[in-house]
Design a protein around this ligand. Structure first.
Ligand SMILES: Cc1ncc(C[n+]2csc(CCOP(=O)(O)OP(=O)(O)O)c2C)c(N)n1
Ligand SMILES: [Mg+2]
Length: 573
């Protein structure tokens, strides 16, 4: 049987159950796009910029069991897509990048788009596969999916020289053998971990995104140990946030005081599916409150930032299930649950302290969003102040509902990720929380949403500046350099992208604006809601990072910075 390489690649995508591929065609891969057009199950989505393609593919991966696929031309397409690929790499999100290569059969130099693109992309992918001949095509694409999912997930690139798409070849039977999965956890390590946790007065559980497939066993283990649970930012939702043992998406200085009170009563930590990265820890604003049991599928992260008394290289679900079998039931700790409940109540009261009322308060925005959007809604966040406020205000019951660019922290994520999440979950509400700076980067993908009937609600957090940075600048320098945005009209932007538009200047205007936006979006037309957000009260996260960074400085530097801040307050007042 003979067929074009393009058809072979489409067959591999179909066999993987891929529903969408995101990208922009070029001369090198028009054969592939044409073959995709004939597929009954795979839809090629045309984006406005390949950066949007990689964020959309990421949104598909994070919000569903699937693996998002990027499909780009050599060189220029790949470099545009790099930001989203790097974000997926640092956040552990599976992607398959179909990177077309230049022709290898022309014998010519200086071809169109010709750079050493695999050298450019190698640092941000788990593996770069160059397909040497048509006979390797099918298995290479299938292997890319398997590698993207294995261990800590991440992006895998497959470079397909253009002539392989074009030319026909003898196909034969598709051969593909899946690589073996992770080995089961080591019994001895699990026994040592169980003994350590058993001997602790009160263990603290810290769960990351690596535990997203283990929510149920995590909940049972926390109840078994009567242990309070914090998650990382990316792990938001892996532990149900209405649970009486839920603390916060963070610990230490980045968390409210009650969380630190609870931490002080703990004498061991079970960390699972996390690696203590800078953003998730608020710039390392805490340390484990005693010996650390560290479980992660990637042995390289164990003990990297904090020494592990017991390191368990294993899948989170399997390790937690093994621990559960060994650990005795502890009595429910009513006193602890009271401290936690009271702490959340006081924190909510503080969040709801009225501002001057001239702008929309974050508490009103997130309460109303959760009320209108329903329990299984998906929120995408961006790199910016709004992400941390969203994290601190939203209460989510399951993983895969808070999609945020954390470790690479790339602005421009929220809108395209929401487009991907909406296409992958057409029956769920999807809300993009985009800063007005981030919107300028990738907001045009709302046009893609409109074209494909993806009913995203894009909430634009409008403050006319790059607030997350401006807040740090004002604290340190009493002035903000280069962080005020040029004036632009969000309404005109929405109109240009064929989206509905609503605005809220105050809390009172919110319910009406959101109701209109959700009604439009549920009918398949994206809607932009411009919210004049009140950022006057800093998030716990921002306050925590400022304090942590300051206190880590040597004494002399602290004095110098304080002196400058005071002098600036006098001279610039
Ligand atoms: C691609 C990229 N450029 C710059 C930054 C640095 N940065 C982090 S947050 C931020 C401000 C974001 O501004 P905006 O989107 O308006 O959100 P706000 O903080 O105002 O809510 C900037 C510039 C980044 N994270 N990513
Ligand atoms: Mg802003």
């Amino acid at each position: 049987m003979s067929e074009s390489g393009a058809r072979t690649v489409v067959r591999a995508l179909e066999d993987e159950g891929v529903a969408f591929v995101f990208g922009i065609p070029g001369t090198h891969n028009i054969e592939l796009y044409d073959a995709l057009e004939s597929s009954e199950s795979v839809t090629p989505v045309l984006v406005t910029d390949e950066q949007g393609a990689s964020f959309m593919a990421d949104g598909v991966s994070r919000s569903s069991a699937g693996v998002g696929v990027v499909n780009v031309v050599p060189g220029a397409g790949l470099t545009h897509a790099l930001s989203g690929i790097a974000e997926a790499y640092m956040d552990g999100i599976p992607l398959v990048v179909l990177a077309c290569g230049i022709r290898t059969d022309s014998g010519r130099a200086f071809q169109l788009h010709d750079i050493d693109q695999l050298a450019v992309i190698r640092p941000v992918v788990k593996e770069a596969i160059h397909v040497r001949g048509a006979r390797e095509l099918y298995a290479s694409v299938r292997r890319a999916f398997a590698l993207a999912r294995a261990g800590t997930p991440g992006p895998v690139v497959v470079e397909v020289p253009a002539e392989l798409y074009l030319l026909r070849h003898d196909f034969g039977e598709p051969a593909f053998a899946a690589p073996p999965g992770a080995p089961p956890p080591d019994d001895a390590a699990i026994e040592r971990a169980a003994a350590l946790l058993h001997g602790a007065r009160r263990p603290l559980i810290y769960a990351g995104y690596g535990a997203r497939g283990a929510s149920e066993v995590l909940r049972r283990l926390a109840e078994r140990l009567a242990a309070p649970v914090a998650t990382t930012i990316q792990g938001k939702g892996v532990f149900p946030e209405s649970h009486p043992l839920f603390l916060w998406n963070g610990l230490g200085r980045m968390a409210p005081p009650f969380v630190r009170e609870v931490e002080r009563t703990c004498d061991a930590m079970l960390a699972v599916g996390c690696r203590f990265g800078e953003v998730g820890t608020g710039s390392w604003g805490f340390s484990p409150p005693g010996p650390l049991v560290h479980v992660d599928v990637n042995p390289d992260v164990l003990g990297r930032n904090f020494p592990a008394a017991v390191a368990v290289p294993a899948d989170a679900g399997e390790a937690l299930a093994a621990l559960l079998r060994l650990l005795a039931v502890r009595e429910r700790d009513a006193a602890l649950e009271l401290v936690i409940a009271d702490g959340h109540r006081r924190t909510r009261e503080e969040q709801r302290r009225p501002g001057d009322g001239a702008r929309v308060s974050p508490a009103a925005l997130f309460d109303e969003l959760q009320r209108v959007a329903g329990r299984d809604a998906i929120f995408t966040a961006d790199s910016g102040n709004g992400t941390f406020l969203a994290m601190e205000h939203l209460r989510l019951e399951a993983p895969g509902r808070f999609l945020a660019p954390v470790d690479f922290s790339c602005m421009g994520y929220a809108v395209p990720a929401a487009v991907g999440a909406t296409l992958g979950n057409p029956d769920r509400d999807v809300v993009a929380l985009a800063g007005d700076g981030a919107l300028l980067m990738t907001g045009l993908e709302l046009l893609t949403a409109a074209a494909y009937g993806a009913g995203v609600v894009a909430v634009v957090l409008r403050d006319e500046e790059l607030a997350q940075i401006a807040q740090f600048q004002r604290t340190a320098f009493n002035r903000a350099a280069c962080s005020h945005l040029a004036a632009y009209s969000v309404e005109a932007f929405a109109a240009a992208a064929n989206c509905a538009y609503a605005a809220a200047q105050t809390d009172a205007e919110l319910p009406g604006a959101l109701a209109r936006a959700f009604a439009t979006a549920r009918a398949g037309r994206p809607a932009v809601v411009e919210v004049a957000i009140d950022y006057s009260r800093k998030s716990w996260f921002t306050r925590g990072v400022v304090a942590t960074t300051f206190w880590r400085l040597p004494w002399g530097e602290r004095l110098r910075l304080l002196g400058r801040a005071v002098a600036r307050r006098v001279t610039l007042a």
